[in-house]
Design a protein around this ligand. Structure first.
Ligand SMILES: NC(=O)c1ccc[n+]([C@@H]2O[C@H](COP(=O)([O-])OP(=O)(O)OC[C@H]3O[C@@H](n4cnc5c(N)ncnc54)[C@H](O)[C@@H]3O)[C@@H](O)[C@H]2O)c1
Ligand SMILES: O=C(O)C(=O)C[C@@H](O)[C@H](O)[C@H](O)COP(=O)(O)O
Ligand SMILES: [Zn+2]
Length: 375
């Protein structure tokens, strides 16, 4: 793939529509993204791992602007309200006016937090997503969900705030550790599992190439997932209906992440386990068939993702965390369940006993290994 081969996928939100650019050399291609900045101030939000690797690549493009950077410590545990406050202080110190732009350079943690800070500063300023993980490229940088975690639960505080552009420079994936890369593949599988059986079969046929990070296969996977998500977001920006399907595996997954104090499991790993739990629960409720669950489990397993509940996270503890999920209404569980490959459904009033039984049947494993086998 050449630097000139850039794919553009539009998130069609009328006056707030924006491009997702996917390709090589995009961070250094400031002629492309600089035009999306309107004012004279920019704050680059990144973290202590990513900034030393990639801040320099965009610095030249910011020449002539009044810009500074704000770096988070690395990790999900730092996606906190306190750090949003610190980012806002950095905007204040820099004298950012309403036409300032926040640039999120990093993975989903940086993107979610930076986007939320942009949504809050002076009641909303522009931001640009520059995702540097696979997960951020295929999921978190697109769609405008921003926010932070509380000790009580994942993403409990936030805002819908769309970026002005998404700059997905796949060159950055060269330094991404394998475990993080695999976690990103979980969100690719999720998109196919929810809404595209053909894509799911393509993923099954291309597993080895994806694990090897074969460039054209990887770019096709990224583009297919982004195209799918962009379509859902354009139809249902603020999750009044269809968009909730993008949460397949997340009620379980977020509970697993919270139970692990945001350190035991990566988001993508928790989503992989969560999708399997959702598939098993769906089977238990007569909504899906065992062969589909087996295909999902096999694909996740071949991609090197965990598929079972980690040891030390008790079903009752996880259920208690699931009760605080944002999709719930009127004190009942509202989950995204599965109707087999390519089909998901929002189900309200799911019986807690069925959830507990599903959680209890999953084999316990050691979360620290990042791998697991299923029962
Ligand atoms: N807003 C959304 O729609 C949405 C969607 C999916 C996930 N999320 C959120 O995204 C977060 C997970 O994002 P993530 O998986 O990107 O995790 P992350 O942001 O923690 O990044 C993963 C790790 O990779 C490092 N890293 C990032 N880019 C790198 C690079 N190019 N080279 C080397 N190291 C690099 C980071 O420093 C970090 O250690 C979660 O908080 C999740 O809730 C949000
Ligand atoms: O964009 C969406 O909508 C999603 O649900 C994408 C998810 O992969 C992502 O993890 C999102 O942050 C979860 O949102 P939440 O509303 O459950 O916090
Ligand atoms: Zn997710």
């Amino acid at each position: 793939m050449n630097e000139s081969d850039v794919q553009t996928i539009e998130v069609a939100l009328g006056a707030r529509r924006y491009p997702v650019w996917i390709g090589r050399g995009l961070l250094g291609d400031s002629a492309r993204w600089r035009a999306r900045l309107r004012g004279r101030h920019a704050l680059v939000v990144s973290n202590t791992t990513v900034a030393p690797l990639y801040l320099e690549r965009i610095a030249q493009g910011l020449d002539g602007l009044h810009w500074s950077s704000f770096l988070l410590d690395d990790g999900e545990a730092h996606k906190t309200f306190g750090n949003v406050g610190r980012a806002l202080e950095a905007l204040a110190t820099s004298g950012a006016t309403r036409d300032a732009c926040v640039i999120a350079l990093g993975g989903g943690v940086v993107g979610d937090l930076a986007g939320f800070a942009a949504a809050c500063w002076m009641r909303g300023i522009d931001f640009i997503q520059m995702p540097t993980t696979l997960l951020a490229m295929v999921d978190s940088s697109v769609g405008g969900k921003t926010g932070v975690n509380l000790p009580a639960g994942k993403n409990l505080v936030g805002a819908f705030h769309q970026p002005r552009a998404v700059v997905a420079d796949i060159d950055t994936l060269a330094t991404l550790p394998d475990r993080e890369y695999r976690a990103g593949l979980a969100e690719v599988v999720k998109g196919a599992a929810i809404g595209d059986a053909t894509f799911f079969a393509w993923l099954e046929a291309n597993t080895d190439a994806l694990v090897r990070r074969h460039t054209t296969t990887l770019v096709e996977a990224i583009a297919r997932k982004v195209r799918y998500k962009a379509g859902v977001v354009a139809r249902d920006e603020t999750e009044q209906g269809e968009r909730a399907l993008l949460n397949l595996g997340h009620t379980f997954g977020h509970a697993l992440e919270t139970a692990g104090n945001y350190t035991a499991l990566l988001h993508g790993e928790a989503v992989a386990i969560g999708m399997l739990l959702a598939a098993r629960l769906s089977e238990r409720l007569g909504m899906s068939e065992a062969p589909d669950t087996a295909r999902l489990q096999q694909l996740l397993d071949r991609l090197g993702l965990p598929v079972a509940r980690p040891a030390g996270m008790a079903p009752e503890q996880l259920l208690a965390l699931m009760r605080l999920d944002k999709k719930n209404t009127a004190g009942t569980l509202r989950l995204i369940l599965w109707r087999g490959i390519g089909k998901a459904q929002i189900v309200t009033g799911v019986e807690e006993t069925a959830v507990l039984e599903t959680l209890a049947e999953a084999t316990s494993v050691n979360a620290a290994s990042g791998r697991a086998t299923a029962s």
